[in-house]
Design a protein around this ligand. Structure first.
Ligand code: NA7
Length: 543
C-alpha cells in the first residue's frame, strides 16, 4: 500500500474513515480487514454483544444447517486450528461463543459501539461523506459507510387483532430473552413452521405440558443427522480445512454440497429411488443442494423428489390426516428454504402435541388467555411467534438512508431492490452493502468473506488513489439488476411465496414477489466482481 490516510483528502474533518452498521459475522470481519489498512473505523451495533443472527436468535434449538466446519471464518489459519466445533451442526450458544472468541482474539471490541441502533444515514453532497444518526440522537460522520445489517434481521409479528392483549409470556424467536424461559409443564403455542419453527417445535415438544402448533403453510423438511464430532474426526477436519474451503469455493452456493450433474430422468426409477434414499440418510443440505441438477428447475423432476419426501412423511407420522396436513401442496420440494429437522415429524405422534391448520381455521384474534381461531378458543401460558423476518430489504427499510440529493433508498427500491453487484446502489456514493439484495447468499460466511474482501479492495484502491467519491452508474445498476432478474427466470423457487421472493404477509407492501437474491452460481458471481476490480473499478464513477 502506498497511500496514507492524508491522501484520501481531508478525512480528519470526519469522525471516522469508515462506519460499519452491524457487528454480526459481516461487520466483525469487515472491521478486522479495514483496521489492517490503518483506517479509523467504527462499528455501530444495536445489540449488547457481537454475533448478529447468533446474538439475537436464542430460541430453543437454534442451530446451523450448514456443517459447522464449513461455516466458520476461513481467513485465519490460527483461528481454524484453535477453535473446535463440538457437533457437525453447532447450536446457537456454541456459535455465539465462537463469535465472542473471534471478537476477543482479534481485539475487535474497542472499535464496536454496542446498544447503538442507527436511525438514519444521510449522504452529504458537499463533503462527499455520510452523517449517521443513532436512535439516541448522537451524530457521527464518515467518508465511507458499509451496511452489515443482515438479510434476516428484522423480525415480524403477525398482523392479528389484539396482539398485545395476551397476559401470558410471548416471544418472537429472534427476540428470545437471555434469561431462561421456563417451558416445563406449560401450555405453549408456536405460530409458524419455517426453519425456525421446526427447530423450536422439535426441541420443546417433550418438555412442555402441551404444545399447539399453528401452521399456515407446511414446509418440506429433511433430516439433519447431527452428531458429536469425535476426536479422530476433529483431527481430520483441522487437517482438511484447505480442502473443505477449496470445495466450498467451487460449489454452486458455497456449501460442501453441490448439484449432481445428472438429471432426475437420466437414471432408472430404481437408481433414482436409491439416490434419494441415500441423500435422505445423509447429513445436511445434500438432499437440497446436492440433488439432481434439474429438481429446482423442472416440475416433473421436482415431483419425483417431492413424492419421495411425502412418502417419508406418511411413514413417519402415525395419523394419516395429520401427515397430509404436513405435506406441502402448493410448492415443490426445495423451492423454499429447506428446514432441516431432528425427529420433527415424530413430534406429531406425541399425545401432548396438536397441529392446527390455519388454512382451515384461521386465527381471528389474540385474547388475554391465548388466541381464538374461527373454531375454537385456546388457552396458553406462552405464545411463541416463529413468524420470520422482513427479509433482505427489511433492515434497509428501517433506516432512513438518503443518498445524493436527499433521495430515499426506500423510494428507490419501492418496486424491488436495484443494485450494482449487490454491493452498491447508484446515487448512494461511498456506501457499500454486505449481504444486501442481489448478492450470492448460500453458505453465508463464505459469501461474507468474499464480499468483505471485495469491499476492502475497493476502499484500499480509493485510499491509494486519494479518491473521495465512489458511485455506481445508473446504467451499471440497471444492467446488474436485469442480470439478476434474468438469472431467476425458470427457477421454481421464484414462483413461490417465501422470504426468498420478498413476500411477508405481515408487512404492508410486501405482497408482491420480487427478485431479491442473486440466483446464479457463487463462482460466476465472484468472477464478475473480480473482473470489475481487475479493471480498476472503471465501471464506477470515481472522483
Ligand atoms: P420463515 O421461513 O419466513 O417462516 C415463517 C413462518 O411463520 C412460516 O411458516 C409462515 O407461514 C409463518 N407465519 C408468518 N406470519 C404468519 C401469520 N401471520 N400467521 C400464521 N403464520 C405465519 O422464517 P424462519 O424464521 O422460520 O426462517 C427464516 C430463515 O432464517 C430460514 O429460512 C433460515 O435461512 C434462517 P407462511 O409460510 O408464510 O404461510
Amino acid at each position: 500500500m502506498t497511500g496514507s490516510r492524508e491522501d484520501m483528502g481531508p478525512t480528519d474533518q470526519f469522525d471516522y474513515d469508515v462506519i460499519i452498521i452491524g457487528a454480526g459475522l459481516s461487520g466483525m470481519y469487515q472491521l478486522y480487514r479495514l483496521r489492517e489498512l490503518g483506517l479509523r473505523v467504527r462499528v455501530f451495533e444495536a445489540g449488547t454483544g457481537v454475533g448478529g443472527t447468533w446474538y439475537w436468535n436464542r430460541y430453543p434449538g437454534a442451530r446451523f444447517d450448514s456443517e459447522s466446519y464449513s461455516y466458520g471464518y476461513s481467513f485465519s489459519k490460527e483461528l481454524l486450528q484453535e477453535w473446535e466445533w463440538s457437533e457437525h451442526f453447532a447450536g446457537q450458544p456454541e456459535t455465539l461463543r465462537y463469535c465472542n472468541y473471534v471478537a476477543d482474539k482479534f481485539d475487535l471490541r474497542p472499535d464496536i459501539q454496542f446498544e447503538s441502533r442507527v436511525a438514519s444515514a444521510i449522504y452529504q453532497d458537499d463533503t462527499r461523506s455520510w452523517a449517521i444518526t443513532l436512535a439516541s440522537g448522537a451524530r457521527h460522520t464518515t467518508r465511507f459507510l458499509i451496511t452489515a445489517i443482515g438479510p434476516l434481521s428484522t423480525p415480524t409479528l403477525p398482523r392479528i387483532e389484539d396482539l398485545g392483549s395476551f397476559r401470558g409470556q410471548s416471544f418472537h424467536t429472534a427476540r428470545w430473552p437471555k434469561q431462561p424461559v421456563h417451558l416445563a409443564g406449560k401450555r405453549v403455542a408456536v405460530i409458524g413452521t419455517g426453519a425456525t419453527g421446526v427447530q423450536t417445535i422439535q426441541t420443546i415438544a417433550a418438555e412442555v405440558g402441551h404444545l399447539t402448533v399453528f401452521q399456515r403453510t407446511p414446509n418440506w423438511c429433511a433430516p439433519l443427522h447431527n452428531g458429536k464430532i469425535d476426536a479422530e474426526t476433529q483431527l481430520k477436519i483441522k487437517a482438511g480445512y484447505p480442502e473443505i474451503f477449496r470445495r466450498c469455493h467451487e460449489t454452486f452456493a458455497c456449501f460442501i454440497h453441490t448439484p449432481d450433474p445428472r438429471g432426475a430422468f437420466e437414471v432408472s426409477d430404481e437408481e433414482r429411488e436409491a439416490f434419494y434414499e441415500k441423500l435422505y440418510g445423509e447429513r445436511g443440505f445434500g438432499i437440497w443442494q446436492g440433488n439432481f441438477r434439474d429438481i429446482l428447475i423442472d416440475r416433473k423432476a421436482n415431483a419425483t423428489i417431492s413424492d419421495f419426501v411425502a412418502r417419508k412423511i406418511r411413514e413417519r407420522v402415525k395419523d394419516p390426516a395429520v401427515a397430509e396436513k404436513l405435506i406441502p401442496k402448493n410448492h415443490g420440494f426445495g423451492t423454499r428454504r429447506l428446514p432441516l429437522e431432528t425427529f420433527y415429524y415424530e413430534v406429531y405422534n406425541r399425545d401432548n402435541v396438536e397441529l392446527v391448520d390455519l388454512t382451515e381455521t384461521p386465527i381471528e384474534r389474540i385474547t388475554p388467555d391465548g388466541l381464538k381461531t374461527r373454531d375454537k378458543d385456546y388457552q396458553f401460558d406462552i405464545i411463541i411467534f416463529a413468524t420470520g423476518f422482513d427479509a433482505i430489504t427489511g433492515s434497509f427499510d428501517k433506516i432512513d438512508f438518503r443518498g445524493a440529493g436527499g433521495a430515499l433508498l426506500r423510494d428507490k427500491w419501492k418496486r424491488g431492490p436495484e443494485t450494482y453487484l449487490g454491493l452498491m446502489v447508484d446515487g448512494f456514493p461511498n456506501m457499500m452493502m454486505l449481504m444486501g439484495p442481489h448478492t450470492a447468499l448460500g453458505n453465508i460466511p463464505r459469501s461474507i468473506e468474499y464480499s468483505v474482501d471485495w469491499v476492502t479492495g475497493l476502499i484500499r484502491f480509493a485510499h491509494e488513489k486519494g479518491l473521495t467519491f465512489l458511485d455506481a452508474t445508473p446504467e451499471a445498476t440497471a444492467n446488474w439488476t436485469d442480470h439478476v432478474k434474468a438469472l431467476g427466470v425458470g427457477l421454481l423457487s421464484n414462483e413461490v411465496n417465501s422470504w426468498m421472493t420478498g413476500i411477508n404477509s405481515n408487512v404492508e407492501g410486501k405482497q408482491t414477489r420480487i427478485v431479491a437474491r442473486y440466483s446464479g452460481s457463487a463462482p460466476d458471481y465472484r468472477a464478475r466482481c473480480d473482473e470489475v476490480a481487475a479493471k480498476g473499478y472503471d465501471e464506477l464513477r470515481l472522483g
